[in-house]
Design a binder for this molecule. Structure first.
Ligand SMILES: C[S@@+](CC[C@H](N)C(=O)[O-])C[C@H]1O[C@@H](n2cnc3c(N)ncnc32)[C@H](O)[C@@H]1O
Length: 270
């Protein structure tokens, strides 16, 4: 059984999460651009998972910046830290810590970022309050959160296909994943956390696979829907794949599967 909110068990799938990194890389690029880190900055990556986009920043800026990644799942942190050790990257370290209760002093970071983490926190408001607390005055932040359910297309497909087959307690976590996507929601949360100087931009990027088979192999191999799959008799696995494949047909371009996904790019200053 996964988490209560049906998120994947991040500890258990940590070694497999990197399958998705190439797909979500454009969001990391957008976040780092808005973050505009400068030499000398102290930088916090919240819900840093297996290390991106913090690692990309470390590879670019080296010892000129001091980066700390935090994540609640120890398994994810271990995968991230292993990359630091293997590549002998200076100026970056990962720690296991909940976003809602960080051990850092007030006003300790020049920059903070979070890719597809905030809406998954147990308490997103408390996580953002913590981000506000640890940012220095005028400190800059950038966040990416998923947009509305229909535009988180791949999860929406899986949601539609699983929901008639499993009990509600096992639905794919579409509600949690898109919980900050409706207009005004992330703004209300930022306001309540103490931020007033920020911009929210609606953005689209694309998952890009050689074929539908390639996409579905990634879903299965990453075990991102393991909790849902475990509820099904084996013979239904093929049906699930075929039904999702029907949704995917509309997104085949020149033989490739190109699937638009919307998100909100949020950036501003403390
Ligand atoms: C979708 S992954 C994104 C990982 C990484 N930011 C990336 O973009 O590759 C979400 C991450 O949020 C982490 N997470 C969930 N709830 C958390 C919390 N309360 N505090 C810190 N991290 C949390 C999960 O463990 C997971 O690693």
């Amino acid at each position: 059984m996964g988490r209560e909110d049906n998120q994947p068990d991040w500890d258990k799938i940590a070694e497999k999460f990197d399958i998705w990194l190439p797909q979500i890389a454009p969001v990391g690029t957008a976040l780092l651009e808005k973050l505009a880190a400068r030499p000398g900055d102290t930088i916090l990556d919240m819900g840093s998972g297996t290390g991106e986009p913090a690692l990309t920043l470390a590879r670019t800026m080296g010892a000129k910046v001091q980066i700390t990644g935090i994540d609640a799942a120890e398994g994810m942190v271990k995968v991230a830290q292993k990359k630091v050790d293997t590549e002998r990257l200076p100026g970056i370290t990962f720690q296991t810590m909940p976003a809602e209760k960080m051990s850092f002093a007030d006003n300790s970071f020049d920059r903070a970022l979070c890719r597809f983490g905030v809406m998954l926190f147990e308490d997103p408001l408390q996580g953002l309050k913590e981000m506000h607390r640890v940012l220095k005055p005028q400190g800059r932040f950038s966040l990416a959160v998923w947009s509305t359910p229909e535009t988180m297309r791949t999860l929406h497909w899986s949601y539609q296909v699983f929901k008639d087959r499993v009990e509600e307690a096992y639905y794919p976590p579409l509600a949690k994943v898109t919980s900050l996507g409706e207009p005004g929601t992330v703004e209300a949360l930022l306001d309540a956390a103490g931020f007033s100087d920020y911009t929210v931009e609606a953005k689209t990027f694309h998952y890009n696979f050689d074929s539908f088979e390639d996409y579905w192999d990634a879903v299965e191999a990453s075990e991102i829907l393991k909790m849902q799959y475990d509820q099904l008799p084996d013979e239904q696995r093929h049906q699930i794949r075929d039904e999702v494949g029907r949704f995917a047909r509309d997104f085949v371009q020149d033989g490739r599967l190109v699937i638009p996904h919307d998100y909100l790019l949020v950036y501003g200053n403390k």
